[in-house]
Design a protein around this ligand. Structure first.
Ligand SMILES: [Zn+2]
Length: 107
């Protein structure tokens, strides 16, 4: 028999297994997966490709961090931190791959 604890569910005292925390973990994984899916859809969207290209063109493909050749557009504030800034011009900067990798895409 698994270790159990007494909890209140729907106004009743009931015994639940101690390892029921895995449910929370599953929910966490599900929401994270949902975010990744939305982020992926965004990065593949026509509007992002267009905006990203405009940022690169406007800055002559110069990396905002090292001055090298930029190949991609970076979010200064990541879209994970602020989803509303995903197409905010002030939040975008051209970067090279090395700088983008060094920064980490989820920071
Ligand atoms: Zn760079």
């Amino acid at each position: 028999m698994k270790p159990q604890k007494l909890t209140i569910a729907n106004g009743r005292r009931t015994l639940t297994n101690y390892d029921s925390r895995t449910k929370e973990y599953q929910d966490y994984n599900r929401s994270r997966w949902q975010y990744n899916k939305e982020a992926m859809l965004f990065y593949n969207s026509a509007i992002w490709r267009k905006t990203s290209k405009m940022v690169l063109l406007a800055n002559d493909y110069v990396c905002a961090i090292c001055g090298g050749e930029a190949t991609m557009t970076d979010h200064k504030t990541s879209i994970k931190k602020d989803w509303s800034k995903r197409l905010d011009w002030d939040n975008l900067q051209p970067v090279c791959k090395a700088c983008n990798d060094a920064k980490g895409s989820w920071n």
